[in-house]
Every structure is written in structure tokens, then in C-alpha cells.
Design a protein. Structure first.
Length: 458
């Protein structure tokens, strides 16, 4: 690339920050804008990447004002009306979406692209962990912060494999060139973009048609899509207990999950999940299948699965004692919520589970309200926060009260973010599960502090 510098609009996003780190590591000058400060933006600044938080052309550093030398990268979450975005376009800078840049990366290396309505981040991080801790190695752009690496970017001088999350929002994954691909689920989402369930599923069919000749498609068994694959692309199925790759002899107890990993050629016995929640059996099967197909050995697979520490905000335990547990999860789709709650229920049978849920997006809440209500009704108690709008404007009649009214359990209430700690202080439960993709993670330190004061016996 002839450019010397890269400027990011929305640099604090999980995918954007990984790209910023990538270009910084490759010797480019990097800077950017984000609307709010966060742990991620603070880390970028500590790594020598200037970030500012006010939409002002005057704050763009002087060295990024030359259209000949600067590439501008933006995320769809950034409105086209923002002044900095307009200034770059008006002055004929080269402007590219995040997904387009990621697409270029996948054309330079052999890309393992992980797609699906849910499970993408954990599965892609598991694959990266397995490959990185083997003789194969890899590069990776992750959709979350790996707790093993404390980063969302992995670089290797020894491997041409790159693991990326293939995000279906805004058709972003259609810019990629997969060498191998995973499809974890196609439960309807982003209907504001796709319009219908059928169009959403077709998006995945279009994505897998991009797999390069001689590559691999690993797809969860019985998904309702009909892949049309290029020549010599090998198709494999997987699930918890069925498919070309699956688990057998599953043993759950004593805070551990152990199972045998079945491949088309062999069985790798006694796989121990580093993050022992039921949903990770399926994520683990997909990840191990990809590692196996890329030559990772049985011994390497077994060791790496045991040492996998998970992803921040994916079944992330903050308190775990004999009598009480507090964890949070990024689940923001009805099926994810169902899996999350059922996994916690399997870990803590007979315990009273209180869930705090922050709905994400007005359109998603409107389109999937009945499904959300069914999933949330699996809890013993629910505290519902206001909808996190992200990129959207409010929609009349779509609010948390509307969703709460559909939930069938008796113990349910609304709370503001400011009142959450006090609200939880007066409730009786054994397990606290905070779920959502908005900003409720900012509440975790204060909630944890209060829970330790009230629940942990000295």
C-alpha cells in the first residue's frame, strides 16, 4: 500500500481497534476518532496511537491531512453526516469501510473466516488459541478481547493463516476471500438490513460461495441454507453430538466439562474445556475441527483447549464461590440468551438465577420481541434496562416496558443504569447473570463491589 498513514473513524470499536493495531505494527502512522472513551481507546493511546473524542476537523492531526498519504477507514456505525467524515470525502481522500480493509487482508493470506448469528467471537478466538499454541501458528483479528492474550490482534511471522470474524451486518462478510469458513448459526438477525429471513439466509449462501477452490466449509449440521460451493471445496458438518465432527462421552460435574472429540479419522479423548459452560462444547468442536484440518496435533489440541481462558464478556466470571456466582455475557440475540441462560442453569442446577438484560437496538427488539420474551422467561428473576440505541434513532412504541410486558415470569422489573446496584441489593438470588451488547459492562465494577459486600462471607 502506497499510503503512509491510516486514520480511523470509530477507532474504539473492537474490529477497528484490531486494524489500527495491525497497521501500527506494520509501520504506518495511525490515529483516529471515537465518540466515547473506553478501555480499548485508552490502550490504543498507551500504545502510541492518538485518539480524540470530539467530532472536529481541527483535531485531525496535521500529518493526516494529506490525501496522497492518508487512507481513511470507517465503520458503518459512524454517521455519514459527521463533520470529519464529510471533510475527508470533500477533500478526495481514499475512504474505505472496515470490511473492505479486512477483505484485502484475507486476499494476502489464507483466511479462516468464522460466520454465524452467534458463536463467532468465541469460536474464532478458540481457533486462534489452538493454532497459536501449536506448531502451525496464525495471525488473527478477533471480535473480542482474548483473556489468554489480553488483545484482539495476533501477529505471526511464521504463518500465512489469518483468523477473522465474518460479520454479516451490512453484508460486510461478502468483502472477504475465505480459504476456510465456519457457519455456526443462521437465526434471523439484522432484518433492518436484510428485510426478510430468507434474504438473511441467502447472505450466508452468498458468503460461502466465496470460499476459494480447494478450501473448506465447516457448517453446523442441519442449518437451513443450501451452499453452492466452488470446485474442490470440502464440506464438513459439526454439532454437539452429530456430524463429521462432534463430541461424545460428555461428562459434566464438579465445575468441569470433559468429552471426547470425534473426527472423521480418529477420536481425541478427554478434552477438558477451559471455560466449562455447555455452549462451549459446540464452539469447541468447531474450533478443534478447524485446528485439526490445519494440521494441529492431538496433543496440541488437548493442551490448548484446557488452557483456553475465554473472551472478555463471554461467560466472564467476576465472582465464583461455593454459594454465589456473578458473570456477564455478550448475548444480545434471543437464541444467544437462551443458550446463555440454559448453560448457566446446567452449571448451577436448582439455584435461583437473576438476569440483568440490556436490549441492543430498537429494530432488533421490535423484530424479535416475542423470541426475546420467551428466552428471558427462562430466568427466575429479570431486571430489564433501557434499550441501548447504538447507531439507531428511537422507534415509537418500542421500549423495554413493551418487552417486559411479554415476559411471563412473575419476578420482573425495569431499572435505570443508575439505579441498578441499589435494585440488585434488595433481591434474593444465587447467580447473577448480566447480558447484553451495549454499555452495561461499564456497570460491572460497581455491581461486583456491592455483591462482594453483600454475598461474600468474610
Amino acid at each position: 500500500m502506497k499510503k503512509k498513514s491510516v486514520y480511523f473513524l470509530g477507532i474504539g470499536g473492537i474490529g477497528m481497534s484490531a486494524l489500527a493495531r495491525y497497521f501500527k505494527a506494520k509501520g504506518f502512522e495511525v490515529a483516529g476518532y471515537d465518540r466515547t472513551r473506553s478501555t480499548l481507546t485508552g490502550e490504543l493511546e498507551q500504545e502510541g496511537i492518538p485518539v480524540h473524542y470530539e467530532d472536529s476537523v481541527d483535531l485531525i492531526p496535521a500529518s493526516f491531512r494529506d490525501a496522497e498519504k492518508t487512507l481513511v477507514v470507517y465503520t458503518p456505525a459512524v454517521p455519514s453526516s459527521m463533520s470529519e467524515f464529510s471533510w475527508f470525502r470533500d477533500n478526495e481522500f481514499e475512504v474505505m469501510k472496515r470490511s473492505q480493509i479486512l477483505g484485502e487482508v484475507t486476499r494476502m493470506q489464507r483466511a479462516i473466516c468464522v460466520s454465524g448469528t452467534h458463536g463467532k467471537t468465541t469460536t474464532s478466538t478458540m481457533i486462534s488459541h489452538l493454532l497459536h499454541n501449536s506448531h502451525v501458528e496464525c495471525n488473527a483479528f478477533l471480535g473480542g478481547i482474548s483473556k489468554n492474550f489480553s488483545r484482539n490482534l495476533l501477529l505471526s511471522d511464521k504463518s500465512d493463516l489469518v483468523v477473522v470474524e465474518a460479520d454479516e451486518f451490512d453484508h460486510s462478510f461478502l468483502t472477504l476471500s475465505p480459504y476456510m469458513a465456519v457457519v455456526t448459526a443462521v437465526d434471523a438477525d439484522h432484518l433492518d438490513i436484510y428485510g426478510t429471513v430468507e434474504n438473511y439466509r441467502k447472505g450466508f449462501e452468498d458468503f460461502v460461495s466465496l470460499i476459494l477452490p480447494g478450501g473448506v466449509l465447516l457448517m453446523k449440521k442441519d442449518l437451513p441454507i443450501e451452499p453452492k460451493l466452488n470446485k474442490d471445496v470440502r464440506l464438513y458438518s459439526y454439532s454437539v453430538e452429530e456430524g463429521d465432527f462432534h463430541a461424545a462421552n460428555i461428562r459434566i460435574g464438579g465445575g468441569e466439562i470433559i468429552f471426547d472429540f470425534v473426527t472423521p479419522e480418529c477420536v481425541i479423548r478427554d478434552i477438558q474445556l477451559g471455560v466449562p459452560v455447555y455452549v462451549n462444547i459446540e464452539n469447541g468442536v468447531a474450533a478443534m475441527a478447524m485446528a485439526y484440518l490445519n494440521g494441529v496435533t492431538e496433543q496440541e489440541i488437548r493442551a490448548a483447549m484446557k488452557s483456553f481462558a475465554g473472551v472478555k464478556r463471554r461467560f466472564d466470571f467476576h465472582i465464583k464461590t461455593k454459594d454465589f456466582a456473578f458473570l456477564d455475557d455478550y448475548a444480545h440475540h434471543p437464541q444467544e440468551l437462551k443458550s446463555s441462560i440454559e448453560s448457566v442453569r446446567a452449571l448451577y442446577p436448582g439455584k435461583r438465577i437473576c438476569g440483568v438484560f440490556q436490549p441492543h437496538l430498537y429494530t432488533r427488539t421490535r423484530d424479535l420481541a416475542d423470541d426475546f420474551a420467551r428466552s428471558l422467561s427462562l430466568l427466575d428473576e429479570l431486571v430489564l434496562l433501557d434499550i441501548y440505541p447504538a447507531r439507531e434513532k428511537p422507534i415509537e412504541g418500542v421500549n423495554s416496558q413493551m418487552l417486559l410486558d411479554k415476559v411471563t415470569i412473575k419476578d420482573k422489573c425495569l431499572s435505570s443504569k443508575q439505579g441498578l446496584v441499589d435494585c440488585l441489593s434488595h433481591k434474593d438470588f444465587d447467580v447473577l447473570l448480566m447480558v447484553g451488547a451495549g454499555d452495561l459492562d461499564l456497570l460491572i465494577p460497581e455491581v461486583e463491589k456491592r455483591m462482594r459486600e453483600l454475598r461474600i462471607k468474610s
